[in-house]
Every structure is written in structure tokens, then in C-alpha cells.
Design a protein around this ligand. Structure first.
Ligand code: PRX
Length: 655
């Protein structure tokens, strides 16, 4: 990085600045009066009802909330359809508006209007009906990031058939287990997809999976790569033929607010994934309200880009249901950020005039590592708001994002939520909130969050403990599919049926801002001191020569656990003993001696899932010298061997 830029950055960090909403932004924002918080707090049901009113209901609800802890239902008696809300209701006025600008990794482009998407969805919905799919039947979807993916989800929603989208990076075995748990009747997949120039063999994986999934009757195959894939007579059908032959007229089913919209599997602390179950009315209310207000979206003028994969909840809520319910124009990009070069995202932003970008800290830190010259090559002045999601964002990455991508002028909304909450729950409101880099700031209006200690007492300002939600929110999941006992135990076992425990640690600062500290299952106990892996990681990435860091606890005979750090230095610095000493001293300075890593392994990259999450579980295995657990979701498996050989030579290297 340019020395001058670096000096500016360091000065910013030293200032620990806060950021007021830019005046012009605040003036025109949908929400710019903090009274919204107290109003929502006084009467949360009325607040959520006012958000539900932004949707089209075939029949209005009789009751906003029925809360029988730990269960809750929303907008009881109301009838609606998610596909109708995402498509039909926009047609009369905005049918020619672009729903998605799609960009294939090899470079193809497609522009899909609301009208075109509506027709495709109706045709596919009819085709599913012709196959005998009825309300309540589950449909599995295993597709790359192509327009057929949102179309397939909405076709299911249209007829009331819950979808279960399985991320295209998952293996055949993972796909099989998810299909079997949901007992899906149909699988919608593709011949393949593109990733960094390579073809991902989706159909081959699907064939392997479907060999062991007795519930699947039909496999629908989208032609993406046009490779010659075997089609099994009587089971496999071509998506294009099917859609072409089906009628373009399909009435959206009037579904109950509490009818199931989808299942999405997510990892828990055990090996078996949890089927997170979302229903229709509450979920759609939550995602459309948060998308509208957190991103302050203007559907007439904004070009919005959530650069996640639809296979994860971020894509479900903020590429598909939220933006479409709001009639917004989105970017849908199929591939990797460094294909063909490391400026791919910035070239897309320039070409389409993207005004809102929503991505994950891990991506931001990767861009930091590559350096700002890639963004510099492009005109990013169309950007007016940036978002972050998925993990705690360290202040340095936050500042870098705002400076080098946002041109120093955009608000950055750091949004905390989960697959389980369905929608953003803790977040700034960009026209109201004074931003503090590294803090997700405050609960969204109508969300009652707090931080409790082990005994369930609020820790109060200045204290740290466990994040909880004290009242349900409409977008929250209803249960774990076919496993309500696990729902009760995982989320309500700690503080009882009234208090949802998301599994995250948090601190409240003196202004009542929430600072998320990562999963509490990643909390270490070092010589009787509770230290979050995230705190140590933040301290490490706070050092000017560190690009990325992951920290895990390793069993230690004297101290209970020892801190093992895996660090990627910036390109300008070599990871040697000198740097290791500096880092130990730096962590000691930032947190205290107790948090100094016992061992530091320098590595060019960290093991990550396709969605960019660092797989600490595998690093823990490495640190403990154990056999590695499941590596199927890893995007960069070879790096583990390298890390392991370095770590072996470090065993016993205790500071
Ligand atoms: O630990 C929190 C972290 O991601 C977890 C949820 O992961 P998942 O269900 O995969 O959903 C990710 C996208 C919503 C949370 O329990 N997390 C998510 N957002 C943040 C975060 N941690 C800190 N700050 C965030 N903004």
C-alpha cells in the first residue's frame, strides 16, 4: 500500500473516529427521527404491523402476534403470497424495471425485467404443478448463481411448495443429507457452474446424491455450461423444454401467513445440519422492512448489489425476497471476485453504476490484502451506501471499506443477524445512527436485544456477556424442521423459553452500542480468563502489517487453553520471528499479556468456506495435531497441508 495512504489510515485509526450520518443523506432518508425507536419500543406490534402493511395481503390478519414461548406466530389469519409480492404487484407500474442485471463469470450478460421474471416463474410453477407438486411438498434447489435460481425459489413460493436451497459449493453427500432430511420430491439443478474459470460439476454431484435419495421423483436440469451430462430417462428433464411448454399464466396461491416458505440448513455445534424453518408473512415483513430502511433503498434509482451467494441466508433475504419485495434493481454476479482479475467487482460497480454494496468483512479484508490499486482503477462514485454482514468487522477493515471503496463519504452499515433471525436485527439506520467502526450499533426498531451474564442478569453499559433477544421478531425462524426438541434446547436452553439465545458474545459500551464478539463457542478460557478468539483476532489485524488472522484455543496443560494464531501478513511484510514478537507485544498492548498468542503460524491464506467464513474448526484440529474433520465445504483445501506442516514444527513453541 502507498505510504501516504497508509499514514492517513493510521491517523484515522488513532482517532477512533465516529461518523455522523452525512447531512444530505440524513435529510432525505426514510428514517431520520430517532423517535422511531421509542415508538417501536412502546408498541412493537403496531410497529411490525405498519411494516406488514407495506406488503400486499389477499386477506388481512386478525392478530399480529401469538407468543406461546418458545414459539411465536405472526399475522395470524392473514393470507398472502411471497411470489405475488415480489413480482405481480410491481407489474402494472414497474413491469419493465430491471429486477436483475446478471453477469456470468465468463462474461455473458442478461437483463431480466420484473415482467420477464414473472413469466418465467409462472411457467416453472405450472411445470411443477404438472409434475404433481402441491402445497407443502418440498423442492430442493442446487444451482449456481444464475437467474434460474431466484426464479426457481419464487416458482416454489408461488404454489406453496417450500424450497430447500443447497449451496452449489456443497458436496454430493451434503446435498444427499439435506434432500433426505427434507424428503424433497423434486431437485432443480444445472449441468454445471463456473468458479474461477473452472466448471463445478453440479449434475455429477446431483447424480451421486440422488442415487441415495428415495424421495426424489424428478430432476430438472438447467443448461448452464452446455457440457454433455448424462440424463436419466424418466427422471431427468430439461429446464428449458419444461418452461417453454408450460403456460405463462399461473395464479399465486393464497397462503396462510404461517405457511412454510422455506427450509435452509445451517451448521450447529453437532455434525448434523439444522433445517431452519421460515414461514411466509413474518419473514417477508422482516426482510422487506429491513431492506427498505437499513439500505434506505430507492427502487426508482438505486442499483443494489448484495454480493453474497443465494445458497446462504444473506442471499435468500437480501438478493431474492427483500429486494424483489421492494421492487428494486439488483446485480446478480455468478463468479469469483478475482476472475479474470482482482478488479472484477469494481469494474461491475462502474459499469452498472451500483449505488449500494453489501458484502462480508472477509471479502473486505481480502481486498485490503490485494491493495487499493484495483478499486482505484475504476470510478466508484455511484456508491452511496455500504453494508457489512456475517462476522464482526474490525475497525481497520471498516475504515478501509469506507475510504477506498466508499470514497470516504458513504455510511457503512454493519448488520448483525443470522440464518435463524431471517432478517437484520442489530444495525445502524443510516439516516440516524452515529457510526462507530466495529460496532453493529443498535437493535433495529422492534427488536429487543440485551446482553446478559451467565446467571441471566443484564450486564449493563460497559459490560460483556451473551447476546439475547427478549421478544420474538416476525422474520425469526419458527423451529428446526422435524426437530423441535433441538430448537428448544439450542436456543432456549440457556435462559428459558422467553429469551432467545443466538450463541453470540457481545459487549455494551457506555453509549449502549452493541459490539459483537463472535460465537461463544469460539470463546477460550486462558488461565481462568475468558477471551474471545475474535478479540485476539481484532488485535492482530489491528497491527499495520497483518491482513487477516484467525485464532483458536488449543489445550494446554498449565493454562487450560493456549492461544494459537494463524496470521496472513500483508504483501509488504514477511512473516518471520521478528514479526511474531511484534505481534505478541501488540496484542499485549491492545488487550493485555494474557491474550498474547502462544504460537503464531504465518500463512498465505486461511481455510475458508465458499462463502468466505474462516473454518476455525479445522484450525483447531490443526492446532491440536488432530486428524482433520469434514473439509468438503472448503474452497482452498491445499492451504491446510501447508499450515499443518508449519504448525507441526511449532508445536511446543510457547511464548
Ligand atoms: O456470529 C454471528 C455472525 O454470524 C452468525 C450467523 O451466521 P449465519 O447464520 O451463517 O448468517 C450469516 C449472515 C447473516 C451470527 O451468529 N454474524 C453475522 N453478522 C454479524 C456477525 N457477527 C458480528 N457482526 C455482524 N455484523
Amino acid at each position: 500500500m502507498d505510504r501516504e495512504i497508509e499514514a492517513t489510515l493510521e491517523a484515522l485509526l488513532d482517532e477512533r473516529r465516529t461518523f455522523e450520518p452525512p447531512e444530505a443523506f440524513a435529510e432525505s432518508a426514510f428514517l431520520n427521527d430517532p423517535a422511531v425507536y421509542s415508538e417501536a419500543e412502546r408498541d412493537p406490534d403496531a410497529w411490525w404491523a405498519s411494516q406488514a402493511e407495506r406488503l400486499d395481503w389477499f386477506q388481512r390478519w386478525d392478530q399480529v402476534l401469538e407468543w406461546k414461548p418458545p414459539h411465536h406466530e405472526w399475522f395470524l389469519g392473514g393470507k398472502l403470497n411471497a411470489s405475488h409480492n415480489c413480482l405481480d404487484r410491481h407489474l402494472a407500474r414497474d413491469g419493465d424495471r430491471v429486477a436483475y442485471h446478471w453477469i456470468g463469470e465468463p462474461g455473458e450478460k442478461r437483463t431480466i425485467t420484473y415482467r420477464a421474471l414473472h413469466e418465467e416463474v409462472c411457467r416453472l410453477a405450472n411445470a411443477l404443478k404438472d409434475m404433481g407438486i402441491r402445497k407443502g411438498d418440498r423442492v430442493a434447489i442446487y444451482l449456481p448463481m444464475i437467474p434460474e435460481l431466484p426464479a426457481a425459489m419464487l416458482a416454489c413460493a408461488r404454489i406453496g411448495a417450500p424450497h430447500s436451497v443447497v449451496f452449489g459449493g456443497f458436496s454430493a453427500e451434503s446435498l444427499r443429507d439435506r434432500i433426505n432430511d427434507a424428503e424433497a420430491k423434486v431437485l432443480i439443478t444445472a449441468d454445471g457452474g463456473y468458479r474461477r474459470g473452472d466448471v463445478v460439476p453440479l449434475k455429477a454431484n446431483a447424480d451421486e446424491a440422488v442415487g441415495q435419495t428415495p424421495s426424489i421423483e424428478t430432476v430438472i436440469v438447467v443448461r448452464r455450461t452446455n457440457e454433455n451430462v448424462p440424463m436419466q430417462e424418466g427422471r431427468d428433464v430439461d429446464y428449458a423444454d419444461l418452461v417453454e411448454q408450460a403456460s405463462p399464466e399461473c395464479q399465486a396461491e393464497a397462503l396462510d401467513s404461517e405457511d412454510m416458505l422455506y427450509i435452509l440448513y445451517t451448521s450447529g455445534t453437532t455434525g448434523k445440519p439444522k433445517g431452519i424453518l421460515h414461514t411466509t408473512g413474518g419473514y417477508l415483513t422482516g426482510v422487506s422492512a429491513t431492506h427498505h430502511l437499513v439500505f434506505d433503498v430507492r427502487p426508482e434509482t438505486d442499483v443494489y448489489w448484495c454480493a453474497a451467494d443465494i445458497g446462504w441466508v444473506t442471499g435468500h433475504s437480501y438478493i431474492v425476497y427483500g429486494p424483489l419485495a421492494n421492487g428494486c434493481t439488483s446485480i446478480l454476479y455468478e463468479g469469483a471476485p478475482d476472475f479474470p482479475d482482482k478488479d472484477r467487482w469494481w469494474s461491475i460497480i462502474e459499469e452498472y453504476g451500483v449505488s449500494i454494496l453489501y458484502t462480508a468483512p472477509t471479502a473486505i479484508r481480502t481486498f485490503m490484502k490485494w491493495g487499493p490499486q484495483y478499486a482505484d482503477k475504476h470510478d466508484l462514485s455511484s456508491l452511496r451506501l455500504l453494508g457489512s454482514v456475517g462476522e464482526p468487522i474490525n475497525p481497520e477493515a471498516w475504515i478501509w471499506y469506507q475510504q477506498f471503496i466508499g470514497g470516504g463519504k458513504t455510511p457503512v452499515v454493519d448488520t448483525w443477524w443470522q440464518t435463524e433471525t431471517g432478517a437484520i436485527a442489530i444495525t445502524p439506520l443510516p439516516g440516524i445512527t452515529t457510526l462507530k467502526p466495529g460496532s453493529a450499533t443498535k437493535p433495529f426498531p422492534g427488536v429487543f436485544a440485551d446482553v446478559l451474564d451467565e446467571q441471566g442478569h443484564p450486564v449493563g453499559r460497559g459490560g460483556g456477556g451473551y447476546l439475547v433477544l427478549k421478544r420474538p421478531i416476525p422474520s425469526m425462524f419458527r423451529t428446526i424442521y422435524k426437530d423441535d426438541a433441538r430448537y428448544r434446547e439450542t436456543y432456549f436452553g440457556r435462559y428459558g423459553d422467553h429469551i432467545y439465545f443466538p450463541g453470540d458474545g457481545a459487549k455494551l459500551d457506555d453509549d449502549g452500542y452493541f459490539w459483537l464478539l463472535g460465537r461463544v463457542d469460539d470463546v477460550m478460557n486462558i488461565a481462568g480468563h475468558r477471551i474471545s478468539t475474535y478479540e485476539v483476532e481484532s488485535a492482530l489485524v489491528d497491527h499495520p502489517d497483518v491482513a487477516e488472522a484467525a485464532v483458536v484455543g488449543r489445550r494446554h496443560p498449565q493454562e487450560g487453553e493456549a492461544i494459537a494464531a494463524f496470521v496472513t501478513p500483508k504483501a509488504t511484510r514477511i512473516g518471520d520471528e521478528e514479526l511474531a514478537q511484534e505481534l505478541r507485544a501488540h496484542v499485549a498492548k491492545v488487550i493485555g499479556k494474557i491474550a498474547r498468542p502462544h504460537s503464531i503460524v504465518f500463512t498465505e491464506d486461511l481455510p475458508k468456506t465458499r462463502s468466505g467464513k474462516i473454518m476455525r474448526r479445522l484450525l483447531r484440529d490443526v492446532a491440536e495435531g488432530r486428524q482433520l474433520g469434514d473439509v468438503t465445504t472448503l474452497q482452498n483445501a491445499p492451504i491446510l497441508d501447508e499450515i499443518r506442516s508449519k504448525a507441526n514444527s511449532l508445536q511446543g513453541d510457547e511464548a
